[in-house]
Design a protein around this ligand. Sequence first.
Ligand SMILES: Nc1ncnc2c1ncn2[C@@H]1O[C@H](COP(=O)(O)OP(=O)(O)O)[C@@H](O)[C@H]1O
Ligand SMILES: [Mg+2]
Length: 292
Amino acid sequence: MTGEYGLLEPDESDAPGDEFEQIDVSDTEADRIARKRDREFSQFRKRIKDSDRFKVDDGAFDDATFAALYKLVQDGYVDAIGGPLSTGKEANVYNALAGERSLDLLREGEEEVAMKVYRTRATNFQDMREYLVGDPRFEELGDKKKIVMAWTRKELSNLERARKAGVRVPQPLAVERNVLIMEYIGTEDGRAKRLTEVSIENPETAFEVVREYIRRLYAAGLVHGDLSEYNVLFYDGELVVIDVGQAVTVHHPNAEEFLERDCENVASFFRRQGMDVSGDELLAWVQEHAEP
Ligand SMILES: Nc1ncnc2c1ncn2[C@@H]1O[C@H](COP(=O)(O)OP(=O)(O)O)[C@@H](O)[C@H]1O
Ligand SMILES: [Mg+2]
């Protein structure tokens, strides 16, 4: 029954929430590129700035961000930067052509990537801090720039972990400073639709898949923390979970609260689809069926 949404078999997953990930947020090569501003980099920056499709005049891009993009192009993750898929409070998401290195990692036939660029300026750092503090993977945090960089890495490692746990998420490809490169979910005609944007024919099945995703994440030691119909895409018969930057390990002091909220958001969406489900029931089911 759940097969209708292409539920994957989980891989062996890591021990939940017990790894200490050393993250190096010291001076990156991108910072050095930005400082040096050689001719090639300056031309690259100018090309992007002048491009009509790539609207970057909203303060999301400082020189170090341009340098991160430049490095991702040089390293073969990105070939050409495309138009915006979304402009949000904390990040902008763009479509891009995959470079050689990404093509090697992606599935046969996939030629595009999504590029999530976190703002280093206008971001709400206090909110980020709340999710990062208490996560053993992110012990030491410094200034704003470092918080955003840690956050971007956190999204990459959460994507990896979710994927291992059998949750369909965009395949993570690379991270450079405040820029995350991942599999693009969509077609040439446009990005995949969010659950809010489609009419769901069989909500019972969709609910079971989302419930199973919450359970698998939880069993793998993660709580999404912003799960709702806005962060689940419908693509090619599958439900794809996105936006896992804020996901925390089950050891986070607020993990239970976030799980409760996720369950309530999901239940309330499916109630609007005519189902008789409550957040409490969903939470109880998840906790009963997942020993983290
Ligand atoms: N990998 C992806 N492939 C296709 N579209 C994506 C991808 N990641 C994000 N998007 C699009 O960009 C929007 C914003 O991305 P999201 O990660 O949810 O960031 P935000 O924090 O701004 O909500 C999503 O709702 C989705 O439409
Ligand atoms: Mg989102």
